[in-house]
Design a protein. Structure first.
Length: 187
């Protein structure tokens, strides 16, 4: 690469990191059930991003799931990863029963348990808040022409590494700028 190409690459990488930060703003300001904000966010890059990819590869090996390894390659090839999670163990107070408990009081009285990749049960309204925050974040990336993809596996690895410790559910959004989206023709 000549000096101009290096300067251009650095500028693009820096712009992607700024977009990742703006994605956190979009997640933070997204509408929340009852106006109560239990959404959490974090931008990881560099060594922390690579640690997430390594954890994803370990999970893929342990479980025999190629999807974790494939997505780990996307994380490695991305400039940054936006993590968005929610404190799903807090109830909305509507007694809707969608969590599996008849009342929110019953939901709050149970002992949260890690089963699989996340801690449950999760309040439906907190899960909806997470989805809306994710949608707001990826909309921001899209408007600013930064390639991205919401990934369950990234969040599972991030939680295993202790990132966003208050969250019960986390999803990750790798972000990248290349001539062609690295998230498109994945195998």
């Amino acid at each position: 690469m000549d000096a101009d190409e290096v300067e251009s690459w650095v500028a693009e990488r820096d712009a992607v990191v700024e977009v990742a930060k703006l994605m956190l703003v979009s997640a933070r300001t997204a509408p929340k059930s009852g106006g109560v904000d239990d959404v959490l966010g974090l931008v990881v890059r560099g060594g922390r991003k690579d640690a997430v990819a390594e954890q994803m590869e370990r999970i893929g090996e342990e479980r025999g799931l190629e999807g974790f390894k494939r997505d780990a390659r996307n994380v490695r090839d991305s400039e940054a990863v936006v993590l968005i999670g929610v404190r799903g163990n807090r109830s909305f107070g509507l007694d809707c029963g969608a969590c599996g408990y008849e009342t929110c009081e019953g939901f709050r009285a149970r002992k949260p348990e890690k089963s699989g990749d996340f801690v449950g049960p999760t309040c439906l309204f907190k899960a909806l808040d997470l989805g809306i925050a994710l949608g707001s974040a990826v909309k921001t990336a899209s408007v600013l022409n930064v390639d991205n993809r919401v990934m369950y596996r990234v969040g599972a690895a991030a939680l295993k590494l202790g990132m966003l410790q208050e969250a019960t559910v986390v999803l990750g959004i790798p972000v990248s700028v290349r001539g062609k989206s690295i998230f498109f023709d994945r195998k």
